[in-house]
Ligand binder design. Sequence first.
Ligand code: PFF
Length: 447
Amino acid sequence: MANGTGRAHWGSRLGFVLAAAGSAVGLGNIWKFPYITGEYGGGAFVLFYLLCILVVGLPLMYAELIIGRRGGKDPLGALRALTAHAGPGAKALSVFTGILSVAGGFLILSFYSVVAGWAIHFLLVSFGVFPLGEGGAGAAFGALVGDPKLSSLWHTVFMLLSIVVVARGVHDGIERACSILMPALVGILVLLLVYVGMRGGLAEAVTFLFRPNFHALKPEGMLEALGHAFFTLSLGMGAMITYGSYLSRDSTVVRDGVAVAVLDTVIALLAGLVIFSVVFAAGKEPGQGPGLVFVTLPDLFASMPGGTFVGAAFFFLLIFAAWSSAISLLEVVVTFSIDEFGLTRHKAAWVFGAVIWGLGLASAFRGSVLDFLDNLTTRYMLPIGGIAIAIAAGWLVKKEDREAGFRDLGASGPLFAAIWTVIIRFVSPVAVGLVVLQKIGVLKFGG
Ligand code: PFF
């Protein structure tokens, strides 16, 4: 669907919300959130994470959506257009943020696709195509990671899935895919929840996730929670600017931003409930680390009644979630090359998809590359990008552009706009700055 300017637009508001939620809900929710919650002790970590979503995540989501919809272009173009009046410093910040966004798209998608590929492999494991041997899922996972050709095969399949959708465009590709994937994902999750509810472990999982034990919350965990709030909401690399640029210039963002953040959070919590129910029902410990989903769960699925079905449903869930996020990562790169260099969508999707695929082979062949890129992007690039976007939105964008997004709140709009402006000017850059300084070792906290 295009408007008078020739730029594609979302077919409906719901379509946009589903696409943005599709971007947000991904491996971060179903793979990462449960295992870091397990590692950092449950309830108190979850509570702090919710606070981060509310105080830092949501305001930044608004910032990105406001910049996208008023700027109507890729992150670089949108920032340049909205801060043109603010002088050369603003221009430099736009270029910096634009480059960081595109680099983020390339790097994150390259390893994200490899991890999503593992989910494809374990889907086939749960169907018995690759039976679990004596060593169980631990050995199967070790063998997969130690077999770069097999990892590369699944990575190739996953990249093809992502490229095909993005090449079809905003409305016919992304919006349509997410309109199917998101409801399917919620449906699967509810089914799984009913299953674990009947089978046991749910009560313990609820206690673990929702009863805060503040002694278990270390400063390190608080920083992790803040960093994860970025990753899980797809913030700090212009994904929401890009999706926002396909909104009409006058659409408002408050309700949509809340819808995306709530969906993302609820899905992470439900996934956590399902996973920890299975873990507790089997008498296992929650702090299993990154292997939680690929090592602990498949073994438990294999030993439970109806396990084939539950395992398959779970890995479908993981693949669907990763797919709708991967699409948004590629879309950042594709929109950039269309808006800045005039490439056709088709060409951009296939050429850059192929480049990212090539880059991903490094992660498929070397686990250390995957870890390095994961750290580089989530710990440094997204938070730094987030600070840049907060500064641009809070200080450089015109008041009129800033406030227009709050119009649907009627009389209370200006009040909310004022609160948001204070947060985005001061709270977000300082909070996120602290995280970055701690990560690079300038600040030291105990724990
Ligand atoms: N939000 C996605 C997740 O939680 O898995 C990851 C992600 C997607 C990060 C898109 C950044 C992004 F631009």
